[in-house]
Design a protein around this ligand. Sequence first.
Ligand code: PLP
Length: 425
Amino acid sequence: MADFEYRVSEELVNRAEQVIPGGVNSPVRAFNAVGGKPPVIAKGEGAELIDVDGNRYIDFCCSWGPLILGHAYPQVLDIIIKTASNGTSFGATTAQEVELAEMVVNKVGPLERVRFVSSGTEAVMSAIRVARGFTKRDKIIKFDGCYHGHSDYLLVKAGSGLATLGEPSSSGVPEDFAKHTLIADLNSEDSVAQYFEKYGNEIACVIIEPIPANNGLLLQRKEFLTFLRDITQKHGTLLIFDEVISGFRVGWGGAAESYDIQPDLMTFGKVIGGGMPVGAFGGRSEIMNVLAPLGSVYQAGTLSGNPVAMAAGLETLKVLEVQDAFNKLEELGAHFENELKKQLSGKPLCVVRQGSILWFIRQNNAPASAAEIDSEAINAYNKAHRQILSKGVYLPPSGYEVMFISLVHTKEMLSKAAAIIGEAF
Ligand SMILES: Cc1ncc(COP(=O)(O)O)c(C=O)c1O
């Protein structure tokens, strides 16, 4: 198979760089970690992407997680067109948002009330405001290696121990904004306990990706998550599970259900919008009712609960239900994991997988915290990326990013992709 050419993509990227910072509207799309210019995408068909030069790729990015049904799934597309033909936004209540809210509350155990926003960032930002309003406390604990969107006080550099108080990791974030953010280490009871000893009754919430998937896939011990539930309960602190990636991806009730832990608040995005801009946050009514117009915590959005986006999300969830999707995704995930292990046998390799979320790294032990990731192994991935791309496999453009499998990936595609990856390594 001849390697791909990118003439039209390169032209467009050059033009983009003249008018958009770095040529992209979200940084990792620029391919800085893996080198070379990114292909410009013309369309998606099922599990495949086609770029403007006509190159076709098996897609393992799936728009960074939302596309659990693959691209342009006919039923989702139909409902988007039908809903949009009645008008695209009203700024008033619609049946679509009521139905999606009912579905989400019915499916996700810990939720009694849910509110929709337009991105995961907004969902997390709003959930934290609710936690602070409800507890009347300011401090929050987040974990090194967990990403919760780009709001100011969550862009805080990771570090260790009590010394690491709110040091922003993005310029443009005043230290004052980040000073209430405490950074703990994943998988470490001690690092969390220290903060509670020092600041116990000042901590509004602990927020974690229960399946941390933004710095590799750092699966946590159930005992660690249970410890977080216990210590937060003991101190009147809320536990927030950020399920923007894991929600409706690893099963109906997300990680909360798979670990059998009841967080106080949960945040969603990605799958819940069926490829449209949607986020959501929810929890028990007692907590969620602090929100305006019932309570004093203000939160709002012109396009929140947008009918077209709600309809896309609702239809996606309905398809997942009818298709018995989570069992099928588990089977596809297991197949891909086995194929990768076969193709990369004899070399240091960890394939870490939770259902249809998968990450591989060429090191011997599966890391459970950011510090355990071998940066050389990440470099090896980044170096292999271009060759894999030019053979028709679209991997996330950084070794720290996870892969997503959709319901319409076939076992043949997965075997083929594993062979191409194996060859490149
Ligand atoms: C766990 C988690 N939370 C929040 C976000 C932010 O979501 P968005 O990019 O929709 O703002 C992301 C994005 O990847 C995420 O993975």
